[in-house]
Design a binder for this molecule. Structure first.
Ligand code: SPV
Ligand code: MG
Length: 433
């Protein structure tokens, strides 16, 4: 080993395993080992968030005897860190030759050339990776880090994306669906427990007819079979005196956040055209509710998101901004600025102004009526969480209606078969091992 040579090893190390030790041992043969430990922000660019946070991972790595130094790598692109450290050797498992990291690899080779640096690629240790181990653990039990995960995702991702779930099956869809689009792995980060779709599924209007205990029972059903964060739609949270009990139930269930809207009186869904009779709460009274939650929650990771309904009731930008200041000062972790317009113009005008405030907190969007908006534009305007609030139920309902109609019309089920999944698939839909 040549002590003067610098060897750079980028690692994420969520769960330390023999694959890591193998790479680090090889690296040590070439000189002084500097581990570039990827931060959460760098990791979410190419895979899902780690279980352990950065400090916990750093603590693991810096105590390994083969490692001389640990630096934070804050970017998945290696340009900045390599130009700064100028390592003689760069060590990386050869698995990146074969997947969507190919381009990153090519760039690394080009950068290393500038000072005759060499790329060393030990054979990837098959059958063991943090992801494989992690999935096994998550399958067994997951609530321990589910709560804090939403906050970490919002701190590290450009935008966190959640989808409405109204039962365990839709929870499983959100949990498992992964696609590759333009060489990017895409998935949902969590679930939205919607008052609208939870009520509709049970044949009830979205006016708080469905009690919180029934809502929490639905929440628990989803919790039982999933591991991703769930955000709970609490309408206006109910009476301030009752809030501590609701929060206790939500935290015990493992919810990551409560979203509470600043309305009073009989609840009406915000997307109704006619909002006559809908009343907004007085800002200072709603602020008291936010504060109550902040004072009673057990974990600071459980987020309180204040939902402003000024645009819904036709009050406009000034009122919305005034409320945002008050809610932020009361302790809200984020603001959902709601709108039922066809374009995101009004929520973007809100974001532009609120960004100037010293009380600015992350923004949340629910693009139900302005569904043409792309996530990239929400990101540009300062939004950190996007909630697709009702699309799964809206797609399931017409499909079921159509099947029922087809059976009636034909006097048999055969014609419906073409558009529905085979019995074999429905039997195997839920694993039973
Ligand atoms: C819900 O999904 O229940 C919501 C969003 O609260 S909205 O329907 O737009 O009010
Ligand atoms: Mg709702």
């Amino acid at each position: 080993m040549n002590k003067k040579k610098i060897v750079y090893v980028p690692l994420a190390v969520d769960i330390l395993h023999k694959g890591h030790i193998n790479i680090i041992k090889i690296a040590k043969n070439y000189g002084r080992v500097i581990v570039g430990l990827l931060t959460d922000k760098a990791i979410v660019k190419y895979k899902e968030l780690t279980i352990l946070n950065f400090e916990e991972r750093k603590n693991l790595v810096k105590n390994l005897k083969y490692i001389d130094q640990v630096v934070a790598q804050d970017n998945y692109d290696y340009e900045e860190i390599l130009n700064r450290i100028k390592p003689n050797y760069f060590v990386h498992g050869d698995d990146w030759k074969f997947d969507n990291r190919k381009i990153v690899r090519k760039k690394v080779i080009k950068i290393l050339k500038k000072w005759n640096g060499r790329l060393i690629e030990p054979k990837y240790t098959k059958d063991v990776s943090s992801s494989i181990i992690k999935n096994k653990i998550l399958e067994l039990s997951s609530t321990s880090n589910r709560v804090s995960r939403l906050k970490r995702l919002m701190d590290s991702k450009d935008i966190t994306r959640i989808l409405e779930s109204h039962n365990s099956l839709t929870g499983l869809i959100i949990e498992n669906i992964k696609i590759n689009n333009n060489k990017k792995n895409l998935e949902f980060d969590g679930m939205w427990s919607s008052s609208l779709t939870d009520s509709a599924t049970k044949g009830l209007p979205d006016n708080s007819s469905l009690s919180f205990s029934a809502r929490i029972s639905s929440l628990n059903d989803m919790m039982d079979v999933t591991t991703k964060p769930i955000v709970f739609d609490a309408d206006n949270g109910g009476q301030i005196e009752h809030l501590p009990f609701l929060i206790r139930s939500l935290e015990r269930s493992g919810a990551s956040a409560i979203i509470m809207e600043d309305k009073v009186g009989l609840k009406k869904n915000s997307l109704f055209k006619n909002q006559a009779g809908t009343k907004q709460d007085k800002p200072h009274l709603f602020a008291k509710k936010i504060k109550k939650i902040c004072d009673t929650r057990q974990s600071q990771d459980f987020m309180v998101i204040a939902r402003i309904e000024s645009f819904i009731v036709g009050k406009g930008l000034k009122d919305a901004l005034h409320r945002a200041e008050i809610y932020s000062k009361a302790g809200a972790d984020a603001i959902l600025i709601h709108s039922k317009e066809k374009t995101p113009a009004e929520i973007f005008s809100f974001a532009k102004e609120f960004k100037k405030s010293k009380n600015f907190i992350p923004l949340v969007s629910v693009p139900s009526t302005y569904s043409k908006v792309y996530e990239k534009d929400l990101i540009k305007n300062g939004f950190k969480l996007v909630i697709y609030a009702n699309q799964l139920l809206r797609s399931a309902y017409p499909a079921m209606l159509n099947t029922a109609r087809t059976i009636l019309k034909n006097g048999r089920a055969f014609e419906a078969d073409k558009k529905i999944i085979p019995i074999k698939e429905i039997i195997n839909l839920i694993k039973n091992d």
